[in-house]
Ligand binder design. Structure first.
Ligand code: NAD
Ligand code: GLY
Length: 370
């Protein structure tokens, strides 16, 4: 039996831009998992110097019957390379090999490769097809789904990008076996976030299964990826371009992006910054009377058990809160310089709103490591 026939499937409903998310063990080697892609075109696997040697040849073999030619583009690894130089390397390779409008890009890697490949696909000849083949937990539960693509700018994270949906997302759970423990923990931050914003029953389940998740137990990972993708598909299906609801998926990200940009991209992993950022956002929610201290403690304890930081980084020894505020004003949710936070408005429900600077300063002072 083909692996894809036993795979879990989540569908993201976006009219003519709808697509399947396949989740299962061994999908990387399974030609049937890529049925959503038209046959006959050329293909490029875009990957990085870490993931490419591990998995690109296997994916190329699975795609051989579907495409005329399958080439590889291997980028430098790391969040600090999520910028113009890597993006141009993709365009150089596509133009150098005469890629046309039907050429299909496969993003094989974590969120960095996925976001850059998606953005390259959106731009090249004003849009070519692409497929997400996420290889980190973070990418499988979040970044590969929903069509946000981007590169970083020194002044702000993911500031240059486009909404551009893939033809399919193919999550092979087996590739998570080679993921370093720190990266697995970073992915758990994005799994945990779905609980407080949308589904406290899922939060209960994560609390009960956090140790098996950290041990990469296959059934636990499969459920975490499936439920996360279901929630993300539900939210994105209602608000593809983040005119409102979709912003809740950024719980913890306003503080987190400030940490990433403030320390320099790559110093903290994205998921680590989101872990500490969720604690800060929950504390702000408590200050505003939206949740109680017991809820903040429960969330903090789960983030800690996931192996993530629960205290923010110090970004400026003189005026730490001021530096956070300065960076957060560049956030994409900010309106005319007013920062808007994703807050928890009672467990399982999120709200997006502004907060007084003085209160935000207090939270930052209390939540950052000395
Ligand atoms: P990443 O892409 O940097 O991958 C983490 C590390 O793991 C890298 O060194 C990578 O080479 C390595 N790796 C990947 N798969 C591996 C495997 N199977 N075995 C061994 N090593 C492997 O980081 P990430 O956490 O996957 O993604 C973070 C990025 O995702 C950030 O840039 C963030 O902004 C973005 N993001 C985007 C969205 C979205 O909706 N588009 C959502 C969340 C995060
Ligand atoms: N990761 C946030 C979003 O996709 O909207």
């Amino acid at each position: 039996m083909h692996a894809s026939s036993t795979a879990l499937q989540v569908r993201i409903d976006l009219g003519e831009r709808s697509y399947p998310i396949l989740i299962g063990a061994g999908l990387l080697d399974d030609a049937d998992a890529f049925q959503a892609v038209p046959t006959g075109s050329d293909a490029f696997i875009v990957t990085n110097a870490t993931v490419g040697p591990l998995y690109a040849e296997r994916l190329a073999r699975a795609l051989a019957g579907r495409h005329r030619q399958v080439r590889q583009i291997v980028l430098a690894d790391g969040e600090q390379h999520k910028g113009w130089t890597s993006l141009n390397a993709i365009f150089d390779a596509l133009l150098g090999h005469g890629a046309d409008r039907k050429t299909t890009l496969y993003a094989l890697g974590g969120g960095v490769v996925g976001d850059m490949t998606g953005f390259a696909a959106a731009c090249y000849m004003r849009g070519v097809p692409f497929v997400q083949v996420p290889t980190t937990l973070l990418a499988q539960v979040d970044s590969s789904v929903g069509g946000k693509t981007a590169i970083n700018h020194p002044l702000g994270k993911n500031m240059i990008g486009a909404f551009y949906q893939p033809l399919a997302v193919v999550c092979d759970l087996q590739v998570l076996a080679t993921l370093p423990a720190r990266e697995l923990s970073a992915g758990l931050a994005e799994v945990i976030k779905y609980g407080p914003i949308h589904d406290m029953a899922f939060f209960d389940w994560i609390e009960s299964n956090i140790d098996t998740l950290r041990a990469c137990e296959p059934a636990a990972l499969a459920h975490a990826v499936e439920r996360s993708c279901q929630i993300k598909a539900e939210v994105v299906g209602q608000d593809e371009r983040e005119s409102g609801l979709r912003a809740i998926l950024n719980f913890g990200h306003t503080f987190g992006h400030a940490i990433e940009a403030g320390l320099g991209y790559g110093a903290w992993l994205h998921g680590e910054a989101v872990g500490a950022g969720m604690v800060m956002a929950a504390e702000l929610s408590r200050e505003l009377g939206l949740v109680d201290a017991a809820f903040v403690q429960r969330l903090t304890s789960l983030i800690e058990r996931a192996g993530l930081p629960t205290r923010g980084a110090v970004l400026d020894a003189q005026d730490n809160a001021g530096r956070y505020l300065q960076l957060m004003r560049v956030d994409k949710k900010a309106e005319r310089g007013e920062i808007r936070f994703v807050l928890i408005d009672g467990p399982g429900r999120a709200a997006v709103r502004a907060a007084p600077d003085a209160l935000v300063r207090q939270v930052i002072d209390r939540c950052c490591a000395a």
